[in-house]
Ligand binder design. Structure first.
Ligand code: PLP
Length: 249
């Protein structure tokens, strides 16, 4: 795809997404400014990220530390971009993740929280994080169980280098997005319970992907993570430039 076609495609997708966000907010009396769009750029090339930035996207999500490390070399002209890690963070990547990303939206265990806390340099501000919760125990392989969030919350709240901003979840990809509603509502209720118990503001609810973000917004999402809707289909699990390298280019 030529750069100009890519730009036009992403501009059009961005417009359509914003209309959907506005419509979903209006349905439940919310304002669109309460919802942040995260452009999930995993597997997509740097050119797509730059085009989205030009279109007005300011938040980006990547799910692999190494992939983003390679891309970040080419991303020096997007001064207002905020980079979110949204994938499964492995313990041996926490230091790199803390160095590369502004936020970690998918903290999935107490152990990883501790490792992130230790990876933030002394004197730096705390790193904003979200806790990923397994709302559907049968489908989600990763994340805190609801009980584990309650049990570990105060410990994490007191970790000096973490700034817990809220919760995140990934319901199963139901054919009918309305089936995800119960999980979105559950995450919001969990957030409300933690706010009451721990007297800490938890403004962020990261929930909703391309197929179900409108339902998520109706249930209070403040952060929708959209890949396909913004960038189009992902070709496979690999970042294309990595394949080019593997092919010896
Ligand atoms: C890939 C991914 C998304 C975006 O998925 P789409 O269905 O393409 O919008 C959102 N959140 C996480 C955690 C992801 O890994």
């Amino acid at each position: 795809m030529s750069i100009s076609v890519l730009q036009e495609t992403i501009n059009a997708n961005f417009l359509r997404i914003n209309e959907c966000i506005e419509r979903s907010c209006a349905l439940v009396g919310r304002h669109a400014s309460e919802v942040t769009l995260i452009g999930v750029s995993k597997t997509h090339p740097v050119e797509a990220i730059k085009a989205a930035y030009k279109a007005g996207v300011r938040h980006f999500g990547e799910n692999r530390v190494n992939e983003f490390q390679e891309k970040s070399v080419f991303l020096n002209h997007e001064p207002h971009a905020v980079w979110h890690f949204i994938g499964h963070l492995q313990s041996n990547k926490t230091l790199k993740a803390v160095q590369l990303f502004n936020m970690i939206d998918s903290v999935h265990s107490l152990d990883i929280a501790l490792k992130i806390d230790r990876a933030v340099p002394e004197g730096d501000p705390p790193i904003p994080i979200l806790l990923e919760v397994r709302m559907d125990m049968s489908a989600n392989k990763t994340g805190f169980d609801i009980d584990a969030v309650h049990d570990g919350f105060e410990i994490m709240m007191n970790m000096p280098h973490l700034d817990i901003r809220g919760l995140m979840c990934i319901p199963p990809p139901f054919e009918d997005p309305d089936q995800a509603r119960v999980f979105f509502r559950g995450l919001r209720n969990l957030r409300d319970a933690l706010v009451r118990r721990c007297a800490i503001p938890l403004p962020t609810l990261s929930m909703g992907m391309s197929h179900d973000f409108e339902v998520a917004i109706q249930e209070g999402s403040t952060e929708v993570r959209l890949g396909t809707a913004l960038f189009g289909k992902r070709l496979d699990n690999h970042w294309p430039q990595r394949d080019a390298k593997a092919a010896g280019e």
